[in-house]
Design a protein around this ligand. Structure first.
Ligand SMILES: C[S@@+](CC[C@H](N)C(=O)[O-])C[C@H]1O[C@@H](n2cnc3c(N)ncnc32)[C@H](O)[C@@H]1O
Length: 220
C-alpha cells in the first residue's frame, strides 16, 4: 500500500533541475526550497566514506554524495523513484540503489556506514522507536545520522496522516509520518543511544512561504 502511494507520488514529482543557481550539476539540499540552507558538510564525510540514504527518491542528494567521492547507497520503497534515479544519474555517478523498506533493509544489511541521512525521506515516514536503533547499529562509532523534514504543526505530535493525491475523482492515498518539535527529537535520539543530538528549524527563505525545515543531526 505504501509502495503504491510512493509510486503515485513519484509520477507527480519532477526530476531535479539539471543545474543549480551556482551552476553546479550536483548539489545537496536539505530543505524544500531551491538554493537554500546548508549542504553536505552536515554529514562530516570525505572521499571514501560509506554513506546510506533512507528514502533516496530520484537520487539528487545521493548523486552529490557520490560526486564527493563517497560510496553512495540508496534505499527506497518506490520502484518508480528508483527507476528515475537510475535513469537520471547513470551517466554521471555510481549509485548503489536498493528497492525496499528502510527497516527491512537495515535488518538485513551487514555494512557499516560513516553517515546515514534522509531528506523528507524514510526517517520521516517510519516510527522512530523502531528505526533509530536499527540505524545506530549500522553506523560506525562517531558516525553521523542527519535528516530533514517539515516541522510539526503546533500541537500535532507523534504519528500523523500524510495524504498523497491521486486524482480529483479518487480518494487520496495515506501514509504515516512522525512529527515532533526540535527538543523532543533531540531527546528521542538520546533515548536511542545517540550523542551530540541537535535539532533546529531552518527558517524559510525570504518571500511568501513561512514553513521552515526541521534539521536533525546526531552521532552514534
Ligand atoms: C517525499 S519523498 C523524498 C525523496 C527524496 N529524499 C527527495 O528529497 O526528493 C519520500 C521518499 O521516501 C520513500 N520512503 C517512504 N517511506 C519509506 C520507507 N519506509 N522505506 C524506504 N523508503 C521510503 C518514498 O518512496 C519516497 O521516495
Amino acid at each position: 500500500m505504501a509502495e503504491t502511494a510512493w509510486d503515485t507520488y513519484a509520477q507527480q514529482k519532477p526530476q531535479r533541475r539539471p543545474v543549480n543557481a551556482a551552476g553546479e550539476t550536483t548539489w545537496f539540499n536539505w530543505t524544500q526550497y531551491p538554493d537554500h540552507g546548508p549542504g553536505a558538510e552536515i554529514l562530516g564525510i570525505s572521499r571514501g566514506s560509506a554513506v546510506l540514504e533512507l528514502g533516496c527518491g530520484k537520487g539528487g542528494n545521493l548523486a552529490h554524495v557520490a560526486a564527493l567521492g563517497a560510496r553512495a547507497v540508496g534505499v527506497d520503497l518506490s520502484m518508480a523513484q528508483l527507476k528515475a534515479a537510475s535513469a537520471g544519474w547513470a551517466d554521471t555517478v555510481q549509485l548503489e540503489l536498493h528497492q525496499g523498506e528502510a527497516l527491512d533493509f537495515l535488518a538485513h544489511c551487514t555494512d557499516t556506514f560513516d553517515a546515514v541521512f534522509s531528506v523528507f525521506g524514510a526517517v520521516w515516514f517510519t516510527d522512530p522507536v523502531q528505526l533509530l536503533s536499527a540505524i545506530r547499529e549500522r553506523l560506525r562509532p562517531g558516525g553521523v545520522l542527519a535528516f530533514s523534514q517539515r516541522p510539526p504543526v503546533e500541537g500535532c505530535y507523534g504519528c500523523q496522516a500524510s495524504y498523497i493525491t491521486k486524482s480529483e475523482d479518487e480518494d487520496p492515498l495515506v501514509v504515516k509520518r512522525w512529527d515532533y518539535e526540535a527538543p523532543r527529537w533531540a531527546q528521542i535520539l538520546r533515548e536511542h543511544g545517540f550523542t551530540s543530538a541537535t535539532a533546529r528549524v531552518l527558517p524559510a527563505p525570504p518571500g511568501l512561504r513561512q514553513i521552515g525545515t526541521m534539521l536533525v543531526r546526531a552521532t552514534a
